[in-house]
Design a protein around this ligand. Structure first.
Ligand SMILES: *Cc1c(COP(=O)(O)O)cnc(C)c1O
Length: 360
């Protein structure tokens, strides 16, 4: 028998969440963001779940090619553009759209002799986040330089917001990034692409022509409310089973480092799921889990292949009891917050050794 851990992906939830993204920005086209193997859900499932999207956007050039091999014929966008000159012929062959965020990329495009290429370029502005992109005062020059390249047939103006889930953030209010973007792009011809999930859900007025929806499509929140508040459905469920039980008394410790010490008699369940499956090792005592439909919590440190849970108040539970680490009955966000991270990280960290099935 295989180890009793399995992730279940719900294709219907992917479809539903895409429709939620569209509802919030009814006049915009939607890129479904599928980087990091569709946030851990698998590219092939994403192609089916997001068949209704206007395009798929990701980071990895090899996975963009894979999307074409899987039969995706609509647009594909590389959100960080290409990484080196050897990527450029791949862009042509597979008709990949791409971001341009620095002069080194423009220089590579200028140097590539590509008489037949028709590139749709997304020119990235650093409007305050200080990761990728041209600053507002460099932006027009970069735009003109791209326009002078014959192979460039359109330029979409793109930026990314640091605080769309917290618009009043005092260090960089959303409105300030919007102001810089609007000012620096005024009068330039082309479409606009600024909205991530948080922008789509909470600032639909900023959708422009294109939204770039990521985490919301997988049924987790980008912040600013719970996924449920936004009507999103979890697309990933992680289940395992209890494979061992220990009965301990006050003073007994559990797991590495003896981080948990019982103050009363307890029943401890050992679950076949550890950090090598993608469960966060830094989850503290008290991180929620569901056993046989009953909510309980972790006790002791998460180890590589196992974690330990409190079964004291679930008398019927024992070896073979079903354990849900996250999914429909327990949101991935809640587990993530308990562990000091975000749902994004847990989804992306689902380990290759975990078998994946599709929800029937
Ligand atoms: C990942 C990414 C997104 C999607 O962000 P979410 O918060 O997951 O919606 C949008 N735009 C860019 C440039 C990205 O890299």
């Amino acid at each position: 028998m295989p180890r009793p851990i399995v992730a279940t992906i719900d294709i219907f939830a992917l479809q539903h969440n895409l429709s939620v993204a569209r509802k919030h920005a009814p006049h915009a086209k939607t890129w479904a963001v599928v980087k990091a193997h569709a946030y851990g859900h698998g590219l092939e499932r994403a192609v089916r779940g997001f068949a209704a999207a206007d395009g798929l956007a990701l980071i990895e050039v090899d996975n963009a090619v894979r999307l074409r091999e899987l039969g995706w014929t609509k647009p594909i966008l590389l959100l960080e553009g290409f990484f080196d000159a050897s990527d450029i012929p791949v862009l042509v062959t597979h008709q990949l759209q791409f971001a341009i965020h620095c002069n080194a990329q423009i220089a590579l495009l200028e140097a590539a002799a590509l008489p037949d290429a028709r590139f749709h370029v997304h020119l990235k502005m650093n409007s305050g986040m200080n990761r990728l992109g041209f600053t507002p005062d460099q932006y027009r020059a970069a735009y003109e330089r791209l326009r002078a390249i014959p192979a460039v047939s359109s330029i979409t103006m793109m930026t990314h917001f640091a605080n769309a889930d917290d618009a009043a953030n005092p260090d960089l209010p959303l409105a300030e990034q919007v102001r810089r973007f609007r000012q620096a792009t005024a009068g330039l011809e082309g479409e606009h692409s600024v909205a991530n999930s948080a922008t789509d859900l909470m600032h639909g007025d900023l959708a422009y022509e294109w939204v770039r929806a990521g985490v919301m499509l997988y049924g987790a929140t980008p912040g600013g409310g719970t996924a449920q508040d936004f009507g999103l459905q979890p697309a990933m469920q992680l289940d395992s089973e209890v494979i061992g039980v220990q009965h301990i008394v006050a003073g007994d410790a559990v797991g590495y480092g003896s981080r948990f010490v019982a103050d009363k008699p307890m029943t401890i369940g050992v679950v076949a799921c550890g950090y090598a499956d993608g469960y966060p090792r830094h989850a503290p005592n008290g991180t929620p889990v569901i056993v046989d439909g009953v909510r309980t919590c972790t006790v002791g440190r998460v180890s590589m292949d196992m974690l330990t849970v409190d079964l004291t108040a679930i008398p019927g539970a024992g070896v073979g009891s079903r354990v849900t680490l996250w999914g429909k009955e327990l949101s991935i966000d809640e587990v993530a917050f308990a562990a000091g991270t975000i749902g994004y990280e847990l989804m992306c960290a689902l380990a290759p050794r975990v078998p994946v099935q599709e929800k029937k």
